[in-house]
Write a protein that binds this ligand. Sequence first.
Ligand code: ADP
Ligand code: 6PG
Length: 185
Amino acid sequence: MTPPLIVCMGVSGAGKSTSAQILAAKFELTLIEADDLHSLSNKQKMQAGAALTDADRAPWMQAVCRQLSTCAERGIGCVLAHSALRRAHREQLRSCGLRTLFLHLDAPRETIARRLREREHHYMNAELLDSQFEALQPTDGEADVVTLTALDREALMAQASARVVDFIAQGTITGDTGHAVTTHH
Ligand SMILES: Nc1ncnc2c1ncn2[C@@H]1O[C@H](COP(=O)(O)OP(=O)(O)O)[C@@H](O)[C@H]1O
Ligand SMILES: O=C(O)[C@H](O)[C@@H](O)[C@H](O)[C@H](O)COP(=O)(O)O
């Protein structure tokens, strides 16, 4: 059976790291924090208030995919906190050998901006939020993406957990299909 990969995706400050930690602990999956895999130059660039380009993101994606592929080879299911803003990145994450579900954490821009102003983060510059929304490519037509409203924490985690339960059960029942699940937005 192909192990699951749950990707908590969305713009900076949407709540990816927070949600991914909770889900990994709850479902006993390995947590991978994509933030930790950025190069020093990428971190310095963001800290200085410059948005990453897709060229900057390419080696980061390779590092993320290497970790995921190793987990897949070892049969280890994962939760990944990763912005996955670009369609091509989501496609790359799907091709790492795990059975993938994306939880897109969505909240009003102003709510996220306030969270970023209040958050202590080692490198991410809160001024980059607009560029994050610009970089986010719509997930329409991607059947393995579930969009969740990332406001009330408890409601969010209840919804996210229910999706993960269904997703894991589907893999257990239908076996190793590797196909995307049908989800509702
Ligand atoms: N559902 C939520 N409701 C309110 N605040 C949240 C929620 N999820 C995360 N936060 C807070 O918002 C900030 C950003 O969350 P974080 O998980 O670091 O986001 P990301 O990993 O997407 O950048 C943190 O201070 C966190 O405590
Ligand atoms: O693709 C990008 O532009 C960056 O990778 C960005 O999306 C990512 O989110 C940063 O690593 C900031 O970290 P936080 O999301 O934790 O703020």
